[in-house]
Each structure stands twice: as C-alpha cells, then as structure tokens.
Design a protein around this ligand. Structure first.
Ligand code: PLP
Length: 472
C-alpha cells in the first residue's frame, strides 16, 4: 500500500468535523445541510488529492485544517440567495434579462403589507361572499385607460393567448405581414396564434399594407383583426401601415372585432418630457379597438402582469374563459399593480415616483452631473489602474418600448491599463455585488441613467476590489 493510500485513513469523519471548533461558527451562519454539503465536498476533494498523490498535507491535523479551510471558503462564496441584486450600468432601462421595471416605493410597500398576511384577494368584505380577484386594480385601470372594463393576467403573452383562444380558436385572425412580431424570449405572434388554435391570415407586403388588404381578407371564418405594435423594430422608407382608426372602421363595418397588442403599456404621453411619440393605451382605446392588451412591467413601470382592457362584453368573455384560471396573476403582483396605478392618478407624481419613467426622463444636466461625480470617485479608487473619463453617450429604453430610440445620456468610460475590459466586465459580474456593464472598444462604459442612488457605494466598492486584484 502506498503511503498516500495509507493516509486516506487520516481523512476526518463528517461527525468529527462537525465538532471542530472552526466549524461551529459556520453552523451559526448557514443552514446545517448547506454546511454538511460543503464539508463533504471538501473531504472528497482532499481524498482525490491524496489518491492522486498531490497532497502536501503532511499529517492528519493539517489535512483537517485544509478541509475546514476549503469548506469555509466555499461557504463564503456561496451566495445566500441565488436571485441577487444586480447593478445595471448598461443604460437599458427596461432590461428584460435584469427583471424589467423597478417598482415604485408605494408598490413595494403594498407587497410588504400583503405578502405575509391574509387578504381580501377574492373576498368581498361588504357582503362576505366570494369576490373578484384583482378587482381593486380595475377602477383605476378603467379611469387611466378610458376603457369600460379590464382583466389582469400573468403577462402580456398570456393576455394575447387568452384573447386569441377566446375569440379565434378554429377561425382566422388577420394581421399585417409587417406586424408579425417576435419579442425576445420566444414570444412570436405567429406561434402564439398557432398555439391558440387560430389560423393566421397575413395580409399586405412586408413594407406596405392598405385598408383594402384587410377588407379583401375578411370571410365568414374571420374572427379578429389584430394589430400589433412593432415594439422592438421599425420599418422605414417606402412604407404604408393601416392605422388603428382605419382598422377599427373596417372591423365595425364588417362586424369583426378588433384587437391591439400594444406591448409597452404606456399610460401617459411622454412627449411633454422630451421623449418621442409612442402610442399610449388611452389613444388605442380612443381609436375604438374592442380590446387592447399590454404588459404592466414595461413603460407602465409596474409588476409583471398582462392587462386586457376594452369593451365590457369582450373583456368579460376573456375573463370567463377557463384558460384565464391558468394564466392568472398572483396577489403580490396585484397589490403592486394597484399601488402603481394609484401613483398615476396624481399626474404630478408620475415622472418623479415611477422609477422607469424617472430614468427615461432624467435631464441631461442631471446625467452629466452624476457621471462627473461618479468618475471622480472611481478615479480615486482605481488609483492609476485605469483611465476614467465622463463622456456623453446614448442609452436605450429597452424591452419592447421606443424602438430604435437613442436617448442622449452620460457615461463613465473606464479603460483598464493592464487587463482587458472584458476581463474587468467578467469580474464585475461575478463579484459579491454583481455589476452588469457594457464594454465598448477598449473600455467599460457605465451609463449612469440606470444607476440607482443606493448603488453608488456598492459600485465604488466593486471597483476598489478590481483595483486591489489588478495590483497583485
Ligand atoms: C412585450 C410584448 C409582448 C410580450 O409581453 P410579456 O409581458 O413579455 O409577456 C407581446 N407583444 C408586444 C407588442 C410586446 O411589446
């Protein structure tokens, strides 16, 4: 028997390790099964080292010490929670991969109020009878959108599916070829249509479609005329689209319901805050669509939800579809939605208190000031390891809103002296406080538009760490 194989007997048992004075504090900090897993992994890697004769732990107590040290290290790196707070330095306000909209503080309070408590979610406190889920958010939705009625589901993909399943199963839906959208993350209108059991009837050419194309396509198999907002692309040049008003007029004259998949869920016109024109929910309702559906976590700035607003009878048919039960919205999201909508009822609060709109409407003076202050602090902590400058740049609204819009912004450019920018970006993502940042040419570009006030100190600390590593 080789010396190393003989030494396998020196490996401590898990029971012995659990009694080790260095392990006891770990048990106070982490759940016992997590500590056990870390100890077992450390023992197993020590066993491999011994078997491979790569161990330099010369006696049993050193072996134990190195096992405890390894378990301690791995526990220190194991985040307590896998879904983490991430600093978004990309400037993309509605970043679907980073969780889309940030909730306003009223919505966060509302979630706190109901999360650990019984609620009247589906209970009518007046009559003591069963109530309608989500009913608290419906009056403000009606008021803000101008619609007669609304119903709330899990997200806008669910809203589209529910509408199609309710009205068009086994029949035809007419859509302009230029509006057969795909939204990131596998929402493709033609495929959702197919799933709902409806048949797609594409009309027009890619760049041009006329009212007459819709007129000619209508048969007794036609269930709906559907318009969708190309929320992540534009068709420019020699183009012609059928407006909402035109489509509604055709639908009315032929007795076919019309639906608008708006996506973004913008409730107020942002032009007075300097943003370009983007269709709003109230405008689509005014155009006369029977139903308009949209996300609550895009430009509305609320929780993940899908809203179907429109004519009372059409909404009621959707709500009565058994599929609605499978697509329903959770109580935390409903609480957050109700609170978010309440902010909109006071227009002066909208650009201040809805984080998504606050970020989109930040003034260039504010962005510049932020970038300059951040640059000088980063320059201090980076201490010669990188060149740091504040520069004008552009951000995007992101996730299904304001397609192709480049918003003038300010950014802090950081060019590491020795490492590659992509190495720094990797380190920032993998750090204790993950930071997501773009790399452009030879530098990191931190767009300040999406940095939150309470991100600053953590961001500075993350760069201070990089500087420390970079000098080793
Ligand atoms: C975003 C979007 C969807 C999908 O909405 P989710 O809330 O992500 O499910 C559908 N249609 C349009 C036009 C969109 O912009």
């Amino acid at each position: 028997m080789s010396r190393e194989r003989h030494r396998l007997r020196d490996l401590p048992s898990i029971d012995r390790l659990l009694g080790d004075a260095r392990v006891v504090p770990l048990l106070n900090q982490h759940p016992r099964p997590v500590v056990l897993r870390a100890l077992r992994a450390a023992v197993s890697s020590a066993r491999q080292r011994l078997s491979a004769q790569k161990s330099d732990e010369t006696d049993a107590s050193r072996l134990t010490a190195s096992i405890v040290a390894e378990a301690t290290r791995s526990l220190a790196h194991a985040p307590l929670h896998r879904m983490r707070h991430v600093i978004n330095a990309t400037g993309v306000v509605l970043h679907t991969n980073l969780g889309r909209s940030l909730l306003c503080s009223d919505a966060i309070e509302a979630i706190k109020r109901v999360a650990g408590a019984y609620t009247n979610l589906e209970f009518d406190l007046e009559s003591g009878a069963r109530g309608q889920r989500g009913s608290a958010a419906l009056p403000p939705l009606a008021q803000l959108s101008g619609a007669e009625s609304a119903c709330i589901v899990n997200n806008n993909a669910a809203a589209v599916l529910l509408i199609l399943d309710t009205f068009a199963r086994g029949r035809e839906v007419v859509v302009a070829r230029s509006e057969l959208i795909e939204i990131g993350g596998s929402f493709r209108l033609p495929e959702v249509l197919e799933k709902s059991g409806a048949t797609l009837r594409e009309v027009g050419a890619t760049n041009r479609v006329y009212p007459n194309d819709f007129e000619r396509s209508i048969t007794d198999r036609t269930a709906l005329l559907l318009k969708s907002h190309p929320s992540n692309y534009r068709i420019v040049g020699f183009t012609r689209e059928v407006s909402g008003k035109e489509l509604v007029a055709i639908g009315r004259s032929r007795g076919v319901p019309t639906v608008m998949d708006l996506g973004s869920g913008l409730l107020v016109d942002l032009q007075k805050w300097g943003l370009p024109e983007e269709p709003t929910v109230p405008a689509c309702i005014r155009d006369g669509f029977d139903l308009v559906c949209f996300s609550a976590d895009k430009l509305l700035g609320g929780p993940q939800a899908g809203i179907i607003a429109g004519r009372r009878d059409a909404v009621a048919r959707c709500a009565a579809n058994p599929l609605a039960r499978a697509l329903r919205c959770g109580k935390l999201d409903l609480a957050a939605l109700e609170a978010t909508l309440a902010v909109y009822l006071d227009p002066a609060r909208i650009p201040l208190d809805i984080p998504v709109l606050r970020m989109l409407t930040r003034s260039s003076a504010d962005l510049e000031d932020h970038a300059r202050r951040l640059a000088s602090r980063l320059e201090a902590v980076l201490d010669g390891h990188a060149s740091v400058t504040a520069n004008p740049g552009t951000s995007t609204a992101g996730g299904g809103s304001f397609p192709c819009l480049e918003l003038a912004s300010w950014q802090v450019n950081i060019a590491p002296r020795r490492d590659s920018p992509s190495h720094w970006a990797d380190r920032l993502r993998g750090g204790r406080q993950p930071v997501v940042v773009r790399t452009v040419d030879e530098h990191l570009a931190l767009d300040v538009r999406t940095l939150q006030d309470d991100d600053t100190e953590n961001l500075i600390a993350a760069f201070a760490n990089l500087a420390k590593e970079s000098s080793r």
